[in-house]
Design a protein around this ligand. Sequence first.
Ligand code: HEM
Ligand SMILES: *[C@@H]1O[C@H](CO)[C@@H](O)[C@H](O)[C@H]1NC(C)=O
Ligand SMILES: *[C@@H]1O[C@H](CO)[C@@H](O)[C@H](O)[C@H]1NC(C)=O
Ligand SMILES: *[C@@H]1O[C@H](CO)[C@@H](O)[C@H](O)[C@H]1NC(C)=O
Ligand SMILES: *[C@@H]1O[C@H](CO)[C@@H](O)[C@H](O)[C@H]1NC(C)=O
Ligand SMILES: *[C@@H]1O[C@H](CO)[C@@H](O)[C@H](O)[C@H]1NC(C)=O
Ligand SMILES: *[C@@H]1O[C@H](CO)[C@@H](O)[C@H](O)[C@H]1NC(C)=O
Length: 201
Amino acid sequence: MSFYSLTSSIAAATIFITLLFSNSQAQLNSSFYATTCPNVTTIVRNALQQAMQSDIRIGASLIRLHFHDCFVNGCDGSVLLDRGGNITQSEKDGGPNTNSARGFGVVDNIKTAVENSCPGVVSCADILALAAESSVSLAGGPSWNVLLGRRDGLRANQSGANSSIPAPIDSLSNLTSKFSAVGLDTTDLVALSVHIIGLLC
Ligand code: HEM
Ligand SMILES: *[C@@H]1O[C@H](CO)[C@@H](O)[C@H](O)[C@H]1NC(C)=O
Ligand SMILES: *[C@@H]1O[C@H](CO)[C@@H](O)[C@H](O)[C@H]1NC(C)=O
Ligand SMILES: *[C@@H]1O[C@H](CO)[C@@H](O)[C@H](O)[C@H]1NC(C)=O
Ligand SMILES: *[C@@H]1O[C@H](CO)[C@@H](O)[C@H](O)[C@H]1NC(C)=O
Ligand SMILES: *[C@@H]1O[C@H](CO)[C@@H](O)[C@H](O)[C@H]1NC(C)=O
Ligand SMILES: *[C@@H]1O[C@H](CO)[C@@H](O)[C@H](O)[C@H]1NC(C)=O
């Protein structure tokens, strides 16, 4: 295993999150929880900072989870769904995620903190989006107002995870088409291919 400065550059993560979400989710807005959970951004950030005390890598891992969520059936939290019940093939167990996606326990802790203040209000998909922004800004990158109002999906799409998330062996044309499928262009692809945070195994 080699330590590697990985991930999207922090600026690149900003571009990704901003473009991806403004394109496909035009109805989202940053005041979605203004009356129902006004402190949600702070609650997420505080819970994340607490997790960072014992796991400095967690921000990188949460950025990647948000990315892997959004590339499959939109940013619907489906990457978080466990196998069981009517979910026979989770995205977690798909090739791009199994043995590499991490941070699920921290997402659960953040969700619990949010639920304690605003039960049944904030979607897991929005928590991932907020956690990704806080991860970037707490790492010293830019901050931005996260557009909110995503709804959580009830089904996972493992074959979609296998086929839609970029793989290290993908050719340039494979990568271009996978980014294009979520409204990202080649400039976004180049920017986001520079991994400068996290761990590459
Ligand atoms: C361009 C295509 C991409 C490829 C082929 C790729 C591939 C990978 C691979 C192989 C890893 C290591 C996983 C492991 O074995 O633990 C990784 C980690 C990571 N990727 Fe990417 N990635 C891409 C794009 C992105 C994008 C768009 C983002 C975010 C916006 C991102 C964020 C990250 C982060 C933060 C990590 C580190 C996670 C951690 O340390 O837990 N990557 N990526
Ligand atoms: C944000 O979006 C929600 C849902 O569409 C809507 O109810 C709310 O009025 C919007 N807020 C603003 C400030 O646009
Ligand atoms: C939000 O946080 C402020 C302090 O920052 C606190 O006074 C207020 O009670 C909190 N509101 C809710 C709904 O938790
Ligand atoms: C899966 O089961 C849950 C309840 O356990 C239900 O709400 C959901 O609609 C089901 N999803 C599908 C795709 O059948
Ligand atoms: C997804 O990929 C994994 C690992 O390559 C494989 O085990 C699994 O069967 C694939 N799932 C689907 C639905 O194709
Ligand atoms: C699963 O993902 C693939 C690729 O992203 C997509 O073509 C397919 O429609 C998705 N399936 C479902 C049931 O959403
Ligand atoms: C890349 O794209 C080609 C042509 O569309 C396809 O045949 C191939 O399976 C793709 N490879 C990967 C790793 O997705």
